[in-house]
Write a protein that binds this ligand. Structure first.
Ligand code: GLA
Length: 377
């Protein structure tokens, strides 16, 4: 992939570029907790978005996507927003750096990657983080802190892409470390790295290949529900809520808002339980919590879908230790914690059963926890 992107850059722009990459992410547990001030447990993965970039001395950006096979040019003023949705991620990152009084001048870029789109692996965060990291290096002497680079990606989603997301995806994409998951407290923004090398188990993603579209979507509505309940309880975020507080307010809020908040409060405790179980090497407890999360995401938060519930059922039937829908929901992958000796049977069964019900095989991605944003050359 490196060679292909560099060759395309040289063919188009006849210059020698620098090459940067940033990663997609998994999340072991802690879903829809980030924008509620709770905990998340993500890690960067081996799949990346990669960009060849070089300043061009002009006042515009010229960029080509090797995967979409489209070329776009845009200026750097707020009114120059491009029509193509993929280009808005890059434009947004430029604008968010400029808003923070960072420097972005004209540049040429060619990018591509192997983070599957719409699979819940945060290809958009990888794209944002790759450009944020590169523009910090090329124009700002790396003076913008890494955490701020993640915030630049998050603000891009809010202000240019219509998704009112939390910080998890961009945080994981920028801060990821090989072999380590990160427990992030999304209220204090403190985080710890946890080595993740479960002896005797594998982590595997099963992609239903059902696509989700988060803009203008139920994702923002879920967030609004949570904010309504927090406001009703007189607290900043659901991080400070307990089930007792929620139950006391049950008759004053809608049944739907109640279910959403219930999931978030329960999920908060599950992340901490998983943290403790991991430190004790107790992967069966980790797995049990993953099933509980799936149940909550499916029944209370209602962000699953038939295909993902089916994949979760297959995992249970195969005796897999843990399985759940991963990411924002509305399609994408399940993440599965599988004992080595069950792995082959589980994958074969999942492929066969899913294909006979939905007419196509799911895609299988073996997870390798890897480094986040970095310069390649
Ligand atoms: C999406 C968002 C994240 C997070 C997850 C759900 O991936 O971008 O901020 O809210 O959904 O956990």
């Amino acid at each position: 992939m490196n060679d292909k992107i560099i060759k395309e850059f040289k063919d188009r722009f006849h210059q020698e570029p620098s090459l940067y990459a940033s990663a997609g992410r998994i999340n072991l547990i802690g879903e829809h907790t980030d924008y509620n001030g709770g905990f998340v447990f993500p890690g960067a993965i081996e799949k990346v978005i990669m960009a060849a970039i070089k300043p061009n001395g002009l006042d515009k950006v010229r960029v080509y996507s090797v995967d979409i096979k489209e070329y776009v040019e845009f200026g750097l003023e707020e009114s120059d927003v491009p029509a193509q949705s993929w280009a808005r991620y890059i434009f947004g990152v430029c604008r968010e750096i400029i808003k923070r009084e960072g420097i972005v001048l004209g540049f040429d870029a060619v990018f591509g990657g192997n983070v599957p789109l719409g699979a819940g692996l945060s290809s958009s965060a990888a794209l944002e983080s790759c450009f944020a990291f590169a523009l910090n290096d090329l124009f700002n002497n790396n003076s913008i802190g890494k955490f701020e680079l993640a915030r630049i990606g998050q603000s891009t989603e809010h202000n240019y892409c219509g998704v009112n997301c939390g910080i998890m995806d961009q945080f994981a994409s920028v801060m990821g470390k090989k072999g380590q998951l990160m427990c992030l407290d999304c209220r204090s923004m403190e985080y710890e790295y946890h080595p993740f090398d479960p002896q005797g188990y594998k982590l595997v993603l099963i992609d239903s290949v059902v696509k989700h579209e988060l803009a203008d979507s139920p994702y923002n509505k879920r967030r609004q529900s949570c904010e309504r309940v927090a406001a009703h309880l007189g607290i900043d975020t659901l991080r400070d809520a307990t089930m007792e507080m929620l139950d006391a307010a049950k008759s004053e809020i809608s049944a739907e808002d109640y279910s959403r908040a219930k999931f978030v409060i329960e999920e908060k405790d599950r992340v901490l339980a998983v943290c403790a179980a991991l430190d004790a090497g107790d992967y069966e407890t980790v797995g049990r919590k993953m099933y509980e999360t799936h149940e909550g995401l499916s029944k209370d938060y209602e962000v699953s879908c038939e295909e993902l519930d089916y994949l979760n059922d297959i995992a249970r039937q195969c005796g897999v230790s843990g399985s759940r829908i991963m990411g924002g929901g509305f399609g994408g992958c399940t993440i599965n914690l599988v004992k080595d000796e069950q792995y082959d049977d589980f994958i074969a069964t999942a492929k066969e059963k899913f294909a006979s019900k939905y007419g196509h095989e799911p895609k299988i991605y073996h997870v390798n926890i890897s480094d986040g944003a970095h310069k390649i050359q």
